[in-house]
Ligand binder design. Structure first.
Ligand code: HEM
Length: 181
């Protein structure tokens, strides 16, 4: 498969299976409920802990398009798309990580299959920064999205990124508007 075909497949999968408008709406709703609408108020640890949907969005984003693609012999991107580990693996849906015990759809996810989510790897060499990384990402997302509406300039433009050991985004044109409460 050429690089162009791989990119095309990724784009098709995202465009076909993603309801990003609803994901964004739900994310903003969670920020509003937990953080309130005074965005000069500092975000507390307790509030970050409560951002469960935000955590699900982060986890699903990294499952769908991992930053660490492979290390040594482990191809993380393939493990996180296995049909016997993940329900409808090409689909981007944070719900597979959200209140999963109540779900009657994500039955594979409910089994918490060992080593199926390899973002931070597992075992004794697992990433020691994993908890900090999730806290930082929650903080980053909430700090931006509570204040701004962000949209892609061209929803249909091919994603411009480079993937080897790591995935690196080359550019991502976005429209950023202050949110109105
Ligand atoms: C989203 C952010 C991050 C991702 C995706 C990530 C992912 C990973 C992965 C896949 C490994 C390899 C584990 C292995 O070799 O089996 C690793 C190792 C490591 N990570 Fe992270 N990491 C992240 C953030 C961080 C942060 C914030 C820190 C420190 C504050 C950190 C510190 C380390 C260290 C020290 C290792 C080496 C562990 C060892 O070799 O024993 N990482 N990380």
């Amino acid at each position: 498969m050429t690089d162009k075909e791989i990119l095309g497949n990724i784009f098709d999968a995202m465009a076909g299976g993603t309801d990003t408008v609803n994901v964004k709406r739900r994310l903003s709703q969670e920020f509003d409920e937990i953080l309130g609408n005074d965005f000069t108020k500092p975000i507390t640890n307790k509030e970050l802990d409560e951002l469960e949907y935000c955590k699900a969005v982060i986890k699903e984003t990294y499952r769908h398009t991992p930053i660490a693609v492979w290390i040594g012999r482990i191809l993380y991107s393939a493990i996180m798309k296995r049909k016997d580990y993940w329900t409808d693996p090409e689909k981007f849906d944070p719900n597979r990580f959200y209140k999963i015990e109540e779900s009657d759809k994500y039955l594979l996810e409910k089994q918490h299959i060992k080593n199926s989510y390899t973002l931070f790897d597992g075992g004794i060499r697992a990433c020691p920064g994993r908890k900090l990384a999730i806290i930082e990402l929650k903080f980053l997302l909430s700090s931006i999205y509570r204040k701004y509406d962000i949209e892609m300039v061209d929803q249909n433009a091919p994603l411009n990124y480079f993937s080897d050991v790591l995935t690196v985004c080359k550019d991502l044109m976005a429209k950023v508007k202050p949110r109105k409460y």
